[in-house]
Design a protein around this ligand. Structure first.
Ligand SMILES: [Zn+2]
Length: 323
């Protein structure tokens, strides 16, 4: 295909990386909640500087529908959340408290962002991201660990039922196990679930993923990257048509919930390993942010910025190769 390069007033790259984002990702969380809610606005500021802004298209999500959520969740749980009739105990298990009514549109827009990113890569190939989510601790009929609905599981079910995709790999490289994803998708043969995580960390009762690649505390870069290579070997054997990448950066040394002692450079190498594979086999890929709780939060923002910059470069390579 012949491409025509037209001058653009924004000097945008020909192949920008679409990232879904909404201010409610931050504003929908109460300022007093024990969660670094500013990470979304801070990351947006970084990705929209004159230096980086040409690489990304910031897209506005629409709300996920009830019928999309119930593809991966118990309708009673979905309705109790939407009607604000969850018990105090159920809300406490999720966290992000105190909740405001904004938690409902926030949650629906957050899952909606992931669904739109999925739709983009299924229809146009390449990579797309959601600047939130990776809510892997949400189970079929309850939420936990800051996660209300499981965007990875919802996207998997939509990919199967709506788009007829039969091989999906979920690469969950967050420091915590993707326990909700593992249980929801346990009997879904179309989905391969791989979780690299710290063995001695939340959730303390682990689920069973297709592959759980566990690391001891203070594993550091070499051991972490060895697991990443192992995960990519397993993924290559599976030959996925779609990758959902939970790219949590809470394995960083500076993370308050982490324990893996991975450096910023180590995280970058992790991203490069994933994206080199995605480029090589030209696999449509959705990037989910996942965890990141460094103190100060700047280290988390640096690592997420690296992630989206690498994703944009990889996306450009894939789409240029396809033209
Ligand atoms: Zn995490």
């Amino acid at each position: 295909m012949m491409s025509v390069i037209t001058p653009d007033s924004n000097n945008k790259s020909q192949y920008t990386l679409p990232i879904w984002y909404h201010p409610i990702y931050t504003n929908g969380i109460h300022p007093k909640a024990r969660f670094p809610r500013d990470r979304y606005t801070k990351l947006l500021d970084r990705l929209t500087t004159t230096e980086l802004g040409t690489k990304f298209d910031i897209m506005e999500p629409k709300e996920a529908s009830r019928s999309e959520l119930t593809m991966a969740h118990d309708p009673y749980y979905v309705d109790n959340f939407l009607n604000q009739t969850l018990t105090e105990k159920e809300v406490k298990r999720i966290g992000l408290t105190p909740w405001t009514p904004e938690i409902i549109p926030r949650t629906l827009l957050l899952v909606g962002g992931a669904i739109s990113a999925l739709e983009r890569v299924v229809n146009h190939g390449g990579i797309a991201g959601n600047m939130a989510g990776g809510t892997h601790h949400a189970h079929f009929d309850f939420g936990s660990g800051y996660c209300i609905f499981n965007d990875l599981a919802v996207c998997s079910m939509i990919a199967i039922k709506k788009y007829g995709i039969s091989k999906i790999a979920i690469l969950d490289f967050d420091v915590h196990q993707g326990d909700g994803t593992a249980t929801i998708l346990q009997n879904v043969p179309e989905v391969l679930t791989i979780s690299i995580h710290c063995k001695q960390n939340f959730p303390f009762r682990k689920s069973i993923s297709d592959y759980d690649l566990e690391l001891p505390p203070k594993a550091e870069d070499a051991a972490y990257l060895k697991m990443v290579r192992k995960a990519l070997e397993l993924t290559t054997e599976f030959e996925p048509e779609l990758i959902l990448f939970q790219a949590g950066v809470d394995g960083l040394t500076t993370d308050s919930l982490g324990k893996l002692n991975v450096s910023r450079e180590g995280m970058k190498l992790r991203n490069d390993l994933v994206f080199d594979y995605v480029i090589r086999d030209s696999i449509p890929t959705v990037v989910f942010m996942g965890g990141g709780y460094s103190e100060p939060i700047g280290h988390t923002i640096d690592a997420f910025c690296d992630l989206f910059v690498s994703a944009s470069q990889a996306n450009e390579t894939i789409l240029a190769n396809a033209d």
